[in-house]
Design a protein around this ligand. Structure first.
Ligand code: GLA
Length: 407
């Protein structure tokens, strides 16, 4: 008996304990990930030249310095699997292979993302990772990939928790820190199980560049900005550093008005959604650049506290949203969903803000805050009533800083 015990102990010392499942990479996406993705503007019409030029544009336009980091190749980069089952890129579109593209992107201080799917085929009909999860994760790691968006097409009879956990474990086993972006459209309430599995999860189907519309694709509809916002109800408690509610990629510069684009960008910032640009960075109008490069708005999204905004008032077409931030700061967004400009008056003294989730409150009777308008640069303080005009389909976005006791 004694001898057996000693042998077992010796075996336990050389074999590391087998845990039920691996963990995701913990140090990634401590603030919502920022970057660009090919899908919204280019769909399947992508190649290595576009990816290289986009990386160059990210640097040249100053967007890298503003915080954007990932250059993400979406669907349709794939060719066939080879005789060993290893996935190959499309030889016409990526003749030099993905590793060469990753090297190019890395040389510019940026990171590369790629796309696959839980099913046998992706949404674009290319090979998915089903049955090849560990093999594909190793291939991505060998190529130097830093980010995987993992889609949910061809998923009939597939268990979502199992499929996404398998890929998480495969990425872990491949041993390269790859940000894992779950794209399951909210079908199986990923917010309930995905914080342990990925770094973000899509909460809805695909976005469409409109303020408040649905674009039918037959079996599913793409959603405008307000439709996506409304689907976030009840989800804020699941979001936080390393695990974000993903409201889908940005449509700034893709056809909405400047006012709507500003509101769209502000809403995504307030909601701690990943900021993944979807426009052509190589030919960006100045007006679009001004929106996506707005550091005051980006800083609200990248605030280290990582608490998603709370809607604390809504009536008719007006909504008030507040986001608790580090150092006792707050962001406040007045959203005008309606068709007419709104003259809005806000008496701070009458409307303190409290948030049960983060246990934070701003009592404007006791404490004076100064504010800066993130879009206009105007300033003011909470000792004086706020008098603003919020354009139709627009926002006013303020950042509040504690000033001290009122005098
Ligand atoms: C799905 C995803 C999109 C995009 C396409 C690619 O629709 O939700 O974001 O990746 O597939 O085919």
């Amino acid at each position: 008996m004694k001898r057996t015990g000693t042998l077992l102990l010796a075996a336990a010392m050389i074999t590391p304990p087998i845990t039920a499942s691996a963990q995701k990479f913990d140090d990634l996406a401590k603030t919502p990930q920022m970057g660009w993705n090919s899908w919204n503007r280019f769909a399947c019409n992508i190649d290595e030249k576009l990816i290289r030029e986009t990386a160059d544009a990210m640097v040249k336009t100053g967007l890298k310095d503003a915080g954007y980091q990932y250059i993400n190749i979406d669907d349709c980069w794939h060719g066939a699997r080879d005789a060993h089952g290893d996935i190959q890129p499309d030889p016409q579109r990526f003749p030099n292979g993905i590793k060469a593209v990753a090297d190019y992107v890395h040389a510019r201080g940026l990171k590369l993302g790629i796309y696959s799917d839980v099913g046998a085929t992706t949404c674009g009909g290319r090979p998915g990772s089903r049955g090849h999860e560990y093999q594909d994760a190793q291939t991505y790691a060998a190529w130097g990939v830093d980010y995987l968006k993992y889609d949910w097409c061809d998923s009939k009879n597939i268990n979502a928790v199992g499929a996404y956990t398998t890929m998480r474990d495969a990425l872990r086993a491949a041993n390269r820190p790859i940000l894992f972006s779950i794209c399951e459209w909210g079908d199986n309430k990923p917010w309930e199980w995905a914080p342990e599995v990925g770094h973000s999860w899509r909460t809805t189907g695909d976005i469409y560049p409109c303020w408040d519309c649905e674009m039918s694709h037959g079996s599913w509809s793409a959603l405008g900005v307000l439709r996506i916002l409304d689907k976030q109800a009840g989800l804020r408690k699941y979001s936080g550093p390393g695990h974000w509610n993903d409201m889908d990629m940005l449509e700034v510069g893709m056809g909405m008005s400047e006012i709507e684009d500003r509101a769209h960008f502000s809403i995504w910032a307030m909601m701690d959604s990943p900021l993944i640009l979807g426009n052509d960075l190589r030919s960006m109008p100045a007006a679009t650049h001004k929106i996506v490069a707005n550091r005051a708005v980006i800083a609200i999204n990248q605030d280290p506290l990582g608490v998603q905004a709370l809607r604390f008032y809504n009536q008719g077409s007006v909504e008030l949203w507040a986001k608790p931030m580090a150092n006792d700061e707050w962001a406040l967004m007045i959203l005008n969903r309606g068709e007419a400009p709104l003259a809005y008056r806000y008496d701070w003294q009458q409307h303190s803000i409290g948030d049960d989730l983060s246990k934070r409150d701003a009592d404007f009777k006791k404490t004076r805050y100064t504010w800066v308008d993130a879009w206009s640069g105007k300033t003011g303080d909470t000792a004086h009533r706020l008098d603003v005009t919020v354009p139709a389909h627009g926002v006013v976005l303020l950042r509040l800083k504690k000033q001290g006791d009122p005098t």
